[in-house]
Design a protein around this ligand. Sequence first.
Ligand SMILES: NC(=O)c1ccc[n+]([C@@H]2O[C@H](COP(=O)([O-])OP(=O)(O)OC[C@H]3O[C@@H](n4cnc5c(N)ncnc54)[C@H](O)[C@@H]3O)[C@@H](O)[C@H]2O)c1
Ligand SMILES: O=C(O)C(=O)C[C@@H](O)[C@H](O)[C@H](O)COP(=O)(O)O
Ligand SMILES: [Zn+2]
Length: 362
Amino acid sequence: MNHILTVNYEEKPAYDIILEQDFQGLYDKLEALGMNGRKFMIISDTNVSKYYLEQCIEAIQSNAKLVASFIFEAGEHSKNLDTVSNCYEKLINLGFDRYDVLVALGGGVVGDLTGFVAATYLRGVRFIQVPTSLLAMVDSSIGGKTGVDFKAYKNMVGAFYQPKLVYMNLSTLNTLQEFEFNSGMGELIKHGIIKDSVLYYWLKENTKQIQAKEFEVLKEMILRSCLIKKEVVEKDPKETGDRALLNFGHTIGHSVEKLMNLTLLHGECVAIGMAAATYISMKRGYINQKDYEEIINTLKAFRLPVQVSGLSAEDIYEVSRLDKKMDSDIIKFILLKEIGNAVIDPTVTKEEMLDAIYSILI
Ligand SMILES: NC(=O)c1ccc[n+]([C@@H]2O[C@H](COP(=O)([O-])OP(=O)(O)OC[C@H]3O[C@@H](n4cnc5c(N)ncnc54)[C@H](O)[C@@H]3O)[C@@H](O)[C@H]2O)c1
Ligand SMILES: O=C(O)C(=O)C[C@@H](O)[C@H](O)[C@H](O)COP(=O)(O)O
Ligand SMILES: [Zn+2]
């Protein structure tokens, strides 16, 4: 298969995104990156390591001085500074130096945390992303947003720090649970909604094939989604402008994620947040009611929630005010002008937000 995309920064190739069907190609890529003879720390979680740690070690060990692993308990509740601290300790105990390499083998939690450790350990060591969840393949492994949560406030501590390689083995999706797969579809649908109406309608047409995990359909879908993410982050690596569009659904989505104490999946919360942002776009008259219902129905068709129960509207609003897109007192909201075309809007009022929040509360 061997699909390769290259992410460029300042018009120079920075790193490749490779779509493969196994881990075997990793060896050659690490060698080409001059990583042979180094120590490797594979960072993974308790679910992913069970399936793929041995295979990953096998694929890289003849390249390495040492292959060690740091495994933490799976789940968003582990994406915090305690886990980071335990990881630093292991790196220090094993004498990892500046030229050694970290490998993020897992979903977005593993990728974000490993990237943050890589950005900060010894003021920066090299790392590669080996995403194994759909969400990590299409979104989190690309673009160098790394970080961890702080007291359940999402991604409050982090850094922009780019991987040296993104290597995905698409066959790992076979062991991903259905609800985790659906969560990844949330970010994927987001890419269509904000940037590519053709992708959006293609996803709709192929709902059955996607849910049946038809390999060729998944491969095309992942490739198209990676292309969108790559193009956005290349133009605006540090979110000074249009990269914020990737945050569609996240202002309210991250609040719901925090207030639900990290018990809902990220992609599920993004789906709820997208329902709210789409609602504001409709109320503003940017999109019509048909398009609003269209988006809600697509999210539902991919078994994503569009509402949540047990939360207060005021609480959701207050937590939203800690959004990373805040500029003084202004929340830069992402709204839709049409399917495939999103804009950053700094004029959304408290009343509009509360109105939208009520629309997502059961
Ligand atoms: N950095 C970014 O640009 C970016 C983008 C989107 C999301 N994120 C972050 O990503 C995280 C969500 O990512 P996620 O949905 O991958 O969560 P995750 O890493 O928790 O993975 C989801 C679950 O699937 C399991 N899993 C992963 N791959 C598997 C496989 N192949 N087989 C079996 N089980 C597997 C994991 O162990 C976990 O239990 C959130 O923390 C979110 O904030 C970051
Ligand atoms: O890559 C980006 O930029 C994104 O915003 C992608 C989002 O899907 C992702 O969840 C990101 O981590 C959110 O960033 P944050 O800065 O709002 O924490
Ligand atoms: Zn996200």
